[in-house]
Design a protein around this ligand. Structure first.
Ligand code: ZN
Length: 512
């Protein structure tokens, strides 16, 4: 919107009469833009709502149409052990800037208000390190510059941030003052913070938590796996700031929404890769059954999704994928043309048979283990030798013999033996594809290592609470791990992203 409510209230016919031609034209174009935007919003229904395409989950193409009814008001991605989140309003500072004389210590208070207790505003901080004055640059009515005009503060808020200072870091409390100026045309214009929405979450506005502190909270939550309550305790004990778990929750949700548009970039990088690792692990979401955390990982990009275990996600993401996919034996990947199978999985199963008390199972298991050892040695030797040499021919006889063994073991009374034989026969090409190019990996360690971090977090947090929370979780995890994989600390990128989006500027692409 071009004109604030405050400006619009002042514009009437008498005001228009007084304006010159040029000023009138400038104001008309603003009014026209606002009218069109307002009309579009008025005509908006759930069918043509402004949900971006990225909002549509890749495994659920019908979602956008009924998203309107699905959206819920509950806090997203609340970690189960958290105390009840305080209301959103609590996160903001009183609109009236408190005089410094009335400043009182930031008292430690328990998260959440006792039912029936009177509400009260956030106490002013004990100190203010910087005052930032926001002044309107041009008259919202007639358009003339206001640089020379004296301003008057009409509102303000405190921002707590965690910033670099010299060679270290420090807490900085900034008092933001917003001024209004009277133009010669008598219109009163107010400076206002940018407010926008991304992914259904409000971004910008009067934010208590600065971009650096928000980025630190994401690090504590996702990288150091702390609950909201633990983050609150950490910030209090080590940084000396007390922030409600509700405000922490809001800052995390805002950060996730801000990076939501990056999903397209990540998806593209995955689709264009030559070699991709994929894996999945169970993920609990309150009220949802059998969800999985999926990871897709290339040399430079990591993408997570929380979704059902069916084929839809893999189908939608990798429909036209031309590279090679490394995965475990899960059937969702079976339709892909160029696949590799993780040998570590097969080896574990073979070890199980080798440890069994059934002599036939034991024999077959030991045979697979020996095959694995020889294969690994041949691949390693081939990697050191002249490039472009395929092991296929050299191994032809050995594989033929092993194939007959698998066929003989198919239908064996020892169930695990039968299963492993069938697994080899069903996925033969993918299992031995590495013989065509020894530089392909033998295991899916990349993907398994990526998931391990989040599996520990899952044990601590018991998963997510809402579909939105799961989506936000996967977005932040993707951005953090992609930055790390590209050799950049994610926190600097996040801080810049939050700063820019809160000013209404475009998001920068991820570091390459
Ligand atoms: Zn004016």
């Amino acid at each position: 919107m071009q004109l604030s409510d405050h400006s619009l209230r002042q514009i009437d016919e008498a005001y228009l009469e007084r304006l010159g031609d040029e000023a009138l034209r400038s104001l008309s174009s603003k009014l026209l833009l606002d009218l069109k935007e307002a009309r579009e919003r008025l005509n908006q229904t759930s069918r043509n709502s402004s949900l971006p395409p990225s909002r549509e989950a890749p495994w659920d193409k019908t979602r956008a149409s009924d998203a309107e009814t699905e959206r819920d008001e509950t806090p997203e991605e609340t970690v189960a052990e958290d105390t009840p989140a305080e209301t959103a309003r609590d996160a903001e500072v009183e609109a009236e800037p408190a005089p410094a004389a009335e400043a009182q210590p930031m008292a430690r208070k328990r998260a959440g208000k006792v039912a029936g207790a009177p509400g009260y505003g956030r106490p002013a901080p004990t100190r203010v390190d910087a005052v930032e004055i926001h002044r309107p640059k041009a008259c919202a009515g007639c358009g003339s510059g206001l640089a020379g005009q004296a301003g008057q503060a009409y509102t303000g808020y405190y921002e707590v941030d965690w910033v670099r200072e010299g060679s270290g870091w420090t807490v900085r409390i900034t008092k933001h003052l917003f001024e209004e100026s009277v133009c010669e045309c008598v219109h009163v214009t107010r400076a206002e913070p940018f407010r926008g929405t991304e992914d259904d979450v409000e971004i910008g506005g009067f934010r208590l938590i600065g971009a650096g502190l928000a980025s630190l909270m994401v690090a504590l939550s996702k990288r150091y796996r702390m609950s909201r309550a633990r983050i609150q305790e950490f910030l209090h004990d080590w940084l000396g700031v007390w922030i409600s778990t509700g405000a922490i929750h809001e800052a995390l949700a805002e950060a996730a929404a801000i990076v939501a548009p990056l999903e397209q970039e990540l998806v593209q990088a995955i689709q264009q890769s030559d070699l991709l690792h994929a894996d999945e692990t169970p993920w609990p979401e309150q009220g949802a059954s059998s969800l999985w955390l999926w990871v897709f990982i290339t040399s430079h990009t990591v993408l997570y999704y929380i979704s059902h275990r069916g084929q839809e996600l893999v189908r939608n993401l990798l429909e036209d994928y031309a590279g090679v996919l490394m995965s475990d034996g899960w059937q969702a990947y079976r339709w892909l043309g160029r696949r590799l199978r993780c040998w570590a999985h097969l080896k574990r199963k073979a070890q199980g048979l080798a440890d069994s008390l059934n002599p036939a199972a034991q024999g077959f298991g030991l045979e697979v283990l020996a095959l694995w050892d020889d294969l690994r040695e041949a691949v390693q030797k081939s990697r050191e030798g002249p490039p472009g040499v395929s092991l296929r021919h050299e191994w032809e006889e050995r594989l033929l013999a092993f194939r007959s063994r698998c066929e003989a073991m198919r239908g064996h009374s020892h169930a695990k033996t039968h299963e492993l034989a069938v697994e080899f026969l069903n996925d033969w090409e993918a299992i031995f594809a590495v013989l065509s190019d020894p530089f392909w990996p033998l295991t899916n360690n990349e993907a398994e290592r990526a998931l391990r971090h989040w599996v520990i977090l899952r044990l601590i947090s018991h998963g997510t609470r809402t579909p939105n929370g799961s989506r936000h979780f996967a977005l932040l995890a993707s951005v953090i791990d992609t930055c790390r994989r590209r050799g950049h600390p994610p926190w600097e990128y996040l801080q810049t992203a939050i700063t820019r989006r809160r000013q209404g500027l475009a998001l920068l692409p991820l570091p390459v």
